[in-house]
Design a protein around this ligand. Structure first.
Ligand code: PEP
Ligand code: MN
Length: 338
């Protein structure tokens, strides 16, 4: 960090900053200009709160130079990371489309969904057993039974599964059922205790962006997971809150190149929760792949108008097939495949 002193700072005040830095195990590089003095702190200052220096007399402001995240930062790991999920890779040349219903409903619905996901050429399946609903009176997910239906249907089609974890108390159950990828939803992006727990397990994690989170907060949340030892993290942009009411959330496609620059980890997009309407999903999905996303998380239901949750935004199996064809064309132009 760089400490900028006030123009009227006294020599004693400059010395006081230097000794505070020394007490924090940092060296000080003092540069005396004609009008102001700036002090460069040398060493790893990530753990030091800037207020600790900002409140000293004579200090004008403190500027951080080091990024507060480290393991997830591209600065420290230049190559793109690939997250393996069984035989499937997320973050490589292939754009992975993860499809399936918003929520697990019945064994029949899951069997039909898994067959459709497989037939469309997708290599991973989604389905929520524990649902974060705005109203406590709406369907909350089947819970453990849902995991059972999901795992069974996906296994028959040879598809690894992605499903949302809302509570640390369910983590052991997720591992016991062999959930392949743990999804942390938008509402839990800053549930730090949950992040710490998934950081301790060996399962890949899809970290959705909080609906009002900045890119920097999102990266810090990923750092929480990584700090526990689990580096298999996939970022998922799913739209952010905005002033616009014509769609559910505003898809922030800009986040793709920004994240790709900031982190070596894969970035995927959920066009379903962004648009909130099935007819918007193909356009947003095409934009995501064109922008360089490593994958998509798409809601598809064998019979959308019978879905128990997010019926408006679910593609039909046929619509998923058409979308996959379109995405193959876009990916080819970019030297990738789907
Ligand atoms: C979901 O994927 O079904 C979901 C609830 O997503 P989000 O956390 O992005 O709202
Ligand atoms: Mn949903």
């Amino acid at each position: 960090m760089i400490i900028v002193m006030r123009a009227d700072a006294t020599e004693e005040q400059i010395q006081a900053v230097e000794s505070r830095l020394r007490s924090l195990d940092l060296a000080a590089n003092i540069s005396r200009g004609r009008e102001i003095t700036v002090i460069g702190a040398i060493g790893d200052d990530r753990k030091i709160q800037s207020e600790y220096l900002e409140t000293l007399p004579g200090v004008e402001r403190v500027i951080r130079v080091l990024k507060p995240y480290k393991i997830v930062a591209r600065e420290w790991h230049h190559e793109d990371s690939v997250v393996p999920v069984g035989d499937v890779q997320i973050g490589g040349r292939t754009v992975q489309v993860i499809a399936g219903p918003c929520s697990v409903e019945t064994p029949e619905q899951m069997a039909a969904a898994a067959a459709a996901v497989h037939a469309a050429g997708c290599r991973l399946m989604r389905g929520g057993a524990f649902k974060p609903r705005t109203s406590p009176y709406t369907f909350q997910g089947l819970g453990e039974k849902g995991l059972e239906y999901l795992m069974h249907a996906a296994k028959l089609q040879g598809l690894p599964v992605v499903t949302e974890l809302m509570d640390v108390r369910q983590l052991e159950m997720f591992l016991r059922y062999g959930v392949d990828v743990i999804q942390i939803g938008t509402r839990n992006m800053q549930n730090f205790d949950l992040l710490k727990e998934v950081g301790r397990v060996d399962r890949p994690v899809i970290l959705k962006r909080g609906m009002s989170a900045t890119v920097s907060e999102w990266l810090m949340s990923a750092e929480y997971i990584a700090a526990g030892g689990n580096h298999n993290i996939i970022f998922c942009e799913r739209g952010v809150r905005s002033f616009e009411t014509a769609y559910r959330n505003m898809l922030d496609v800009t986040a793709v190149p920004v994240l790709k620059r900031e982190t070596h980890l894969p970035v995927i997009i959920d066009p379903s929760h962004a648009g909130g309407k099935a007819w918007m999903v193909p356009a947003l999905a095409r934009a995501a792949v064109a922008a360089g996303a490593d994958g998509l998380l798409v809601e598809m239901h064998p019979c959308p108008n019978e879905a128990w949750c997010d019926a408006d935004q679910a593609l039909t199996p046929q619509e998923l097939n058409v979308l996959m064809d379109e995405l193959r064309g876009i990916a080819r132009v970019l030297g990738r495949d789907v």
